[in-house]
Design a protein around this ligand. Structure first.
Ligand code: ZN
Ligand code: ZN
Length: 212
């Protein structure tokens, strides 16, 4: 069975996820670990559960979702994977940190290949559908696991809220369109793991989300 572990990291209260299954393999989504203690927490979980980290995925490349890219890449000999359209954000990440007054960040390693919407992300016994959900950022991806009925949503959809669209590359109408066509077409019981805040379900958001 595929399982999901959440960690809340960094001053932006970002959710980092480890998705793992009985094979012992796991994938880290959006490593936001910023402090040494946060990095230790992430590594401790991997080691305690004797997991093999096989991929590093960024739903999108806002700074709060990539603080730990360098650490994860170095620790487990990986390169990040993301949509090609997020590359400019990843390249600008150290400069963006300067704008926010965040000193001394390690630049992220650059991807060698990119994720394609409409294909599957596979590891161990787990398959996730790669969904194209832009609007909060230029090329956000979401990841849907049909077998275990969950969604890694990045900053697209939150509990009774949606991602902000006032950052560079944001587009409010495009975000609503992404949610309506890519997420609200999933089964209602799908558990949504957002980039910030608590879990929700597709059904709950279709009923109670005031933005939609
Ligand atoms: Zn974001
Ligand atoms: Zn975020």
């Amino acid at each position: 069975m595929t399982q999901v572990q959440v960690f809340e990291f960094n001053p932006f209260a970002e959710n980092t996820y480890i998705v793992y299954d009985d094979s012992g393999q796991c994938v880290i989504f959006d490593p936001g670990c910023y402090t040494a203690a946060e990095r230790r927490t992430l590594q401790d979980f991997v080691e305690t559960n004797q997991l093999e980290v096989v991929r590093l995925i960024n739903t999108h490349c806002h700074l709060d979702h990539v603080f730990g890219n360098n650490f994860v890449c170095k620790t487990w000999s990986l390169l990040p994977e993301l949509h090609r359209g997020e590359l400019p954000l990843l390249e600008r990440y150290p400069a963006t940190c300067m704008l926010y007054g965040i000193p001394d960040v390690e630049p992220s390693p650059m991807p060698k290949h990119f994720l394609e919407p409409g294909t599957q992300l596979k590891f161990g016994n787990t398959k996730l559908e790669i969904l194209f959900t832009p609007g909060h950022s230029p090329a956000s991806l979401s990841f849907y696991c049909h077998d275990a009925e969950f969604l890694i949503a990045g900053d697209v959809l939150f509990l009774e809220s949606i991602g902000r669209t006032d950052l560079p590359g944001g587009n409010h109408n495009q975000l609503l369109e992404s949610i309506r066509t890519q997420l609200f077409t999933l089964p209602g019981e799908t558990l949504v793991y957002p980039g910030h805040g608590p879990e929700t379900t597709i059904r709950h958001e279709m009923e109670y989300n005031p933005f939609l």
